[in-house]
Design a protein around this ligand. Structure first.
Ligand code: PLP
Length: 296
């Protein structure tokens, strides 16, 4: 069996016509064969939305939350609503088509399709996951980078789509190259008025004593499915959880900090702008074993 698989959706949204009348809802196709047209707006404009869902021992994790967020991102782009039933089935089918492995993932993509056509393009791509063990155990070095937007950008300028998971992720990739130039592995975005936001593809979590804190979800950042599940887990461990407005320097004052996301799960932060920070290895290990073993 393969290490990658691909399901192409015939009708990604019930609000738009099917690509092929009477064809199945989705089909598993050859990953290496051409599937997307060169004038697809997802390709030419980054005009579309996506999700990346971790799969543990064959179980897609936080799938309902991912599909809800997929729909929220689509709504922010005035795209037709993704059909949750067909997307869930396509995710499971793509995941099941892989050679069984402990950690895999599925990426769902829905683009606006060809200009003027009105039918979104949709696919679910599944793959074995890269090995993130080092980041989870040894930790990662981050640098704080100004995102250039105020903390209230989502309220003042919703057209900037802050907090939506769009295909326009060139900036999220560029900052990783900037991090590498600064001898770091990842970034923590800071608003132009000095508040902690999120990582390039992750949510930020700080621990102060027995309080676990994450930047508030009204800051134009993505509401993390991992952060959501992790808060529920932390509460079972006797920690309190909180959404807050955090100043940039609170990252240097926390007892421990993590970047958390699907697939990589919880990566403890071991340095900030070259300054060493304490890593909470026990909690990191407990959190990661919880995240990896989720069955839904
Ligand atoms: N913030 C951003 C900008 C992201 O791209 C992601 C995930 O890719 C996250 C946060 C974390 O979200 P999740 O935990 O649902 O993977």
């Amino acid at each position: 069996m393969p290490t990658t698989a691909l399901a192409i959706l015939n009708r990604p949204s019930l609000a738009a016509p099917a690509h092929r009348e009477g064809a199945p809802d989705f089909e598993l196709v050859d990953v290496d064969a051409p599937q997307v047209r060169v004038l697809d707006l997802g390709v030419t404009r980054g005009d579309g939305v996506f999700e990346t869902i971790s799969v543990g021992d064959g179980h897609p994790q936080a799938l309902a939350a991912h599909i809800r967020r997929f729909a929220k991102s689509a709504a922010a782009l005035d795209m037709p609503e993704p059909d949750p039933v067909v997307w869930e089935a396509a995710v499971r089918a793509a995941a099941d088509a892989l050679d069984p492995a402990h950690e895999t993932y599925v990426k769902t993509v829905m683009t606006r399709g060809l200009e003027g056509d009105g039918r979104p393009t949709g696919w679910a791509y599944a793959s074995h996951a890269p090995d993130h063990m080092r980041a989870r155990t040894e930790g990662i070095r981050v640098v704080r980078l100004d995102r250039g937007y105020r903390h209230d950008v989502a309220q003042t300028s919703p057209w900037l789509l802050a907090g939506s998971k769009t295909l326009s992720y060139a900036v999220n990739r560029a900052v990783l190259r900037e991090a590498a130039r600064r001898d770091a592995d990842d970034v923590v975005f800071v608003s132009s008025d000095g508040y902690l936001l999120e990582g390039s593809t992750s949510s930020l979590l700080l621990r102060f004593g027995d309080r676990l804190v994450t930047p508030g979800l009204d800051l134009g950042i993505l509401p993390g499915t991992t952060q959501g599940d992790l808060f529920a887990f932390a509460e079972t461990q006797g920690l309190s959880t909180e959404y807050a407005l955090l100043g940039a320097d609170e990252l240097l004052e926390a007892d421990a900090a993590w970047l958390v996301s699907s697939v990589r799960h919880a990566a403890p932060i071991r340095s900030v702008d070259g300054i060493a920070r304490p890593v909470d290895s026990d909690f990191s290990a407990a959190v990661n074993s919880y995240l990896i073993s989720r069955t839904e």
